[in-house]
Ligand binder design. Structure first.
Ligand SMILES: Nc1ncnc2c1ncn2[C@@H]1O[C@H](COP(=O)(O)OP(=O)(O)OP(=O)(O)O)[C@@H](O)[C@H]1O
Length: 467
């Protein structure tokens, strides 16, 4: 049987770290076992679902490169199917119409509360076999077994047993013509031939009810794996409504999608003490049964560390598309500056994110916007600044083939010509190139400016000193 997993978010907001890790684990489990991954949008909450949120989820999945083999399916396009299955269950005597008014249901609830018993539907219509009639209060309720218990072996949490006495006859089809969550999910998971339901453990209490519905529909229940929650720094569950930010915010903040995936895979799963996993390794090694039982806390420091590992070690050519996004977002005229891969090589040890890298690269893609007064005072006003800049100006202008090596030679020759060490040339030159005294190696700093910009900046610095 082909393994089929699904990720089933509700489009009530963006895709956040908690949802994204669930998506990743579903995707990995399907890939690891040579199966298929299905995307399903659970959009039956009409008040909270929006098209913008659907788009945000699709964007997040695409950015993380978690491709699906089927879908996205939309629950709102399957309404007839839910109605049909619910009515089939009524015909089979496994579900029934109930017609209590809101007031009656409320009265039932307050009586039970007063008697100190857990509020539950009292089953008033269960055995009445009331026919279908037009009534705004009409719902379909599921005949939950009244005795025995539901047992399942959760792949993460182990054996779970739930007494049927705890479960009442839940509404599966509402008076407004919409299915309820637990019912739609089961119909979908059966129709979509899902073999492994992997989801957050905020759903674990729903599972016994769902298994009873599987049984009533004569379908085998899938394997279940309920993942512990990801908590925010405050220890609370991350959710759209609390503390979570969109995964796309991590793109905007300069993280690489594969660094985020690597971070997420480790947040709740491990393989010895290995920290860095390529996509291939994740697929080969991941098994949902190995997921930790305890909740994990989101830690942006660790994510930053991982991101920097990838910035340092990836082939610069592979980083270019991601870096370009940031150069564009910063509004730089990319065509007027150095090749992005060269900037990456120069800055990869100095930046933890692509955003930081882009900020540091500003001086190579446009004018120097800010001059550090202390740097100017110290290095451009020094006694050797003018002869050093003049000597290097001539030699940079004369470089025939502009590369890091020849830039280095030009600086070396300028230092020799004025009888000083490299530093005496490098420091004023660095301020001339960047307006500051911090930048990568002087050779790279000058090289990245490009020949004409570098020469012009030396002239500008000389003018500044003249003033
Ligand atoms: N903090 C979290 N940690 C781990 N998994 C989560 C977390 N939040 C959601 N999930 C899981 O992600 C999947 C998609 O969830 P869903 O779209 O309902 O998002 P949500 O943030 O829980 O929504 P809401 O803010 O409405 O509660 C579900 O399997 C859910 O269990």
């Amino acid at each position: 049987m082909t393994v089929r997993t699904r990720f089933a978010p509700s489009p009530t907001g963006y895709l956040h770290i908690g949802g994204a890790r669930t998506a990743l684990y579903c995707w990995l489990e399907s890939r690891h076992r040579g199966g298929e991954f299905i995307l399903r949008i659970e959009d039956t909450d009409r008040e909270r679902s929006t098209d913008a949120a659907v788009q945000a989820i699709l964007d997040g999945m695409r950015w993380l490169d978690l491709g699906h083999d089927e879908g996205p399916y939309y629950q709102t396009l399957r309404m007839e199917r839910y109605r049909q299955v619910a009515e089939d269950l009524v015909r089979a005597g496994k579900a029934y119409y109930a017609y209590e008014t809101k007031e009656e249901l409320e009265a039932m609830r307050s009586q039970q509360m007063a008697a100190n018993v857990k509020p539950r539907y009292n089953g008033a219509y269960r055995d009445r076999a009331e026919p279908l009639r037009d009534d705004p209060n009409r719902v379909i309720r599921f005949k939950n077994p009244t005795a025995g218990s539901v047992v399942f072996n959760d792949k993460v949490k182990g054996r779970i047993e739930w007494s049927n006495e705890e479960l009442d006859d839940l509404v599966i089809f509402r008076s407004d013509g919409f299915p309820t969550y637990n019912f739609a999910v089961v119909v979908d998971d059966i129709d979509m031939k899902i073999t492994d339901v992997i989801r957050g453990d905020d759903h674990v209490n729903n599972t016994p009810r769902q298994i009873n519905i599987y049984n009533a529909l004569g379908a085998a229940a899938p394997a279940f794996a309920h993942l512990p929650m990801i908590l925010g720094p405050d220890g609370q569950k991350l959710s759209k409504r609390h503390g979570a930010v969109s995964v796309m915010q991590y793109r905007d903040d300069g993280f690489l999608p594969h660094a985020v995936l690597n971070y997420l895979v480790r947040l709740g799963w491990s393989h010895g003490d290995q920290e860095i996993f390529s996509r291939r390794e994740m697929i080969d090694l991941f098994d949902v049964a190995d997921v930790n039982v305890s909740a994990a806390r989101f830690d942006v420091e660790k994510l930053s560390w991982l991101n920097q590992q990838y910035l340092k070690n990836d082939d610069p050519a592979e980083l270019v598309p991601h870096f370009l996004w940031h150069l564009d977002a910063a509004g730089y005229d990319v065509a007027s500056g150095p090749a992005p891969a060269d900037v990456i090589v120069a800055l990869r040890d100095r930046a933890r994110t692509l955003k930081e890298m882009a900020e540091k690269a500003a001086v190579w893609y446009g004018p120097i916007r800010e001059w550090d007064d202390a740097a100017v005072a110290k290095h451009l006003k020094s006694a050797t600044a003018v002869p050093a800049l003049k000597a290097v100006h001539a030699r940079l202008a004369a470089v025939a083939e502009w590369n890091v090596e020849n830039v280095h030679k030009a600086i070396e020759a300028a230092a020799a010509a004025i009888g000083e060490g490299m530093g005496k040339v490098a420091q004023p030159l660095r301020v001339a190139m960047t307006g500051t005294q911090v930048s990568p190696s002087i050779d790279h700093t000058v090289f990245l400016a490009g020949q004409s910009r570098a020469v012009a900046r030396v002239e500008e610095a000389l003018k500044r000193i003249g003033e």
